[in-house]
Design a protein around this ligand. Structure first.
Ligand code: ATP
Ligand code: MG
Length: 494
């Protein structure tokens, strides 16, 4: 049983097909006027549309009905009916997304068979969509880590807009996860069975990018030895991800604008428009307003792209997510790949929380990868972090650098609370337990040194929390700013 919308200006034809479909148990919405059929598409939301291509001249034509039916969400499957000998228009309709066509006059059995095929195809697609949706939802969302308020906002937004067809502009510094968000949008939409096609707009020169995006006809330029489908066509039914959209040339911007307005592409060297049902997600790591001001980005294109903006926070704006991200990289990435469980000391985690993270999550991921490769005993210590971090640590005084051991390890492990393991798993917290000491261990020292270590670790934690803002940190610690400065500089005395 399916909802079928039928449009034909021949009344007898409409009556006959309606009867046939009702006898088969379908719910039929028959129309003899193109405008009425077109106007009812959204409210009826049919699974199948059967339309004559040529309707009453004064009303909307079959091709418009086809176009709208394909852009519904989910798209309706369309069978077009053409007059005898008009195979070219049928081919045109197929190009524009029709599932099949029937040439008049046709036998009722032919129509029945065609409808059966179309509906079983549609059922297969939607069942699959549902199953995959369950799977991908779980999979894709867990890939984006963040419990900070700013990331919660982002998740809410993704959930709200994923299943719409709106164009989305993802904004954020390099490495903040723009591509991850684009994928989450795709895999949480009903387009998930169709391709997700990422394109880096800054990676190719203008002409190459043009033929990549829109395709070309054989002979359109030297080297075009075959017809080539463009990426917009490859993404039909799915999502195209235009990364670094701000770097597109003026010519490509105007071509993109056309696609967004008309939903059709023209191959290089071809004038025939090809209808595409593609959702566009664009991304930029620089504010596009700046480009509009200096005249390198079209304002009208910006408004088309910016229908729904998703702004990704930089990592330093959501430092409280760092431990979670570290845990994710250690468990879900490094552990999954190497089979080795890694841990990290508290001080190392504090250094990570205090860093500026110009390269955002990507830089953090790389730092963790590197540390895992370098560290001993599968425990990451401050010394395993990139050299720039050590320098940073010296600037913001701490005794960890000071405490770097020169004493070879003994076989006995000792407790060093400042180096307590950070509970990366979140549940199996090991706070207070000791990192097994190895070459990086050191001898027990005077109590004063230990207390000083604790104090500095605490100060650094506060500074990490406030993003290095000493005034805020002092407020948080309930001490004066002068005291904070003094306590930080006392380190030299140690
Ligand atoms: N919230 C996150 N949770 C887990 N991993 C993340 C997160 N954000 C980014 N990553 C990881 O960081 C790396 C960079 O992410 P991605 O490529 O999506 O960033 P981007 O914003 O597109 O960067 P660029 O502007 O440089 O292209 C990827 O390996 C990605 O898996
Ligand atoms: Mg990217």
């Amino acid at each position: 049983m399916a909802k079928v919308l039928l449009a034909d200006d021949e009344v007898t034809m409409v009556q006959m097909v309606t009867e046939l479909l009702r006898a088969e148990g379908h719910e039929v919405f028959p129309f003899t006027n193109g405008n009425a059929a077109l106007g009812s598409l959204e409210t009826v939301a049919p699974e199948l549309v059967i339309t004559d291509l040529y309707l009453d001249k004064t009303s909307a034509q079959g091709i418009e009905i086809l176009h709208k039916a394909r852009s519904l969400n989910p798209p309706a499957i369309v069978i077009v009916i053409t007059g005898f000998g008009s195979i070219e228009t049928a081919v045109e309709a197929m190009k524009k997304g029709a599932y099949d066509y029937l040439e008049k006059p046709f036998k009722l059995d032919e129509l029945k068979l065609c409808i059966q095929r179309a509906l079983s195809y549609n059922t297969a697609i939607s069942e699959n969509v549902y199953l995959r949706k369950q799977l991908k939802k779980k999979y894709q969302f867990s890939q984006i880590v963040g419990s900070s308020a700013k990331m919660q906002e982002v998740f809410k937004m993704i959930e709200r807009v994923a299943d719409t067809d709106s164009t989305i502009l993802v904004l954020g510094e390099s490495g903040t996860g723009k591509e991850l968000v684009a994928k989450a949008l795709h895999y949480n939409s009903r387009r998930q069975l169709s391709p997700f096609v990422p394109v880096n707009c800054s990676a190719l020169p203008e002409n190459l990018l043009e033929s990549e995006l829109f395709g070309h006809r054989k002979g359109a330029f030297t080297g075009a030895i075959n017809d080539k489908k463009g990426l917009f066509q490859e993404a039909d039914g799915g999502t195209i991800f235009l990364d670094e959209v701000g770097s597109m040339s003026a010519m490509l911007q105007s071509r993109l604008l056309r696609v967004l307005q008309e939903r059709e592409v023209r191959r290089v060297g071809d004038n025939v428009p090809i209808y595409v049902n593609v959702r566009v997600v664009a991304a930029s790591n620089e504010p596009l307003e700046k480009r509009i001001k200096d005249g390198t980005f079209r304002e009208d294109l910006y408004y088309r792209l910016n229908v729904i903006p998703i702004l990704l926070p930089s990592l330093r704006e959501r430092r409280d997510d760092i431990p979670l991200l570290v845990s994710h990289f250690l468990r879900d990435k490094v552990h999954a790949r190497t089979g080795k469980p890694f841990q990290i000391t508290r001080q190392a985690m504090e250094v990570l929380c205090a860093h500026h993270w110009q390269g955002n999550v990507r830089e953090l991921e790389n730092a963790i990868e590197r540390a895992c490769a370098l560290c001993e005993d599968n425990v990451i210590r401050v010394a395993d972090l990139p050299p720039a971090f050590q320098q940073y640590f010296k600037e913001s005084p701490s005794d960890t650098v000071f405490a770097v051991p020169s004493v070879p390890s003994t076989s006995q492990s000792r407790t060093n609370p400042a180096q307590a393991l950070y509970p990366v798993s979140g549940t199996s917290a090991q706070t207070g337990s000791s990192a097994p000491e190895t070459g990086a261990s050191r001898a027990l020292g005077p109590l004063k040194t230990f207390l000083r270590e604790q104090e500095l670790a605490f100060l650094n934690q506060a500074l990490a929390y406030t993003g290095g803002d000493k005034e805020k940190a002092a407020e948080l610690l309930n001490i004066s700013l002068a005291t904070l400065y003094r306590k930080l500089s006392e380190d030299e005395e140690l």
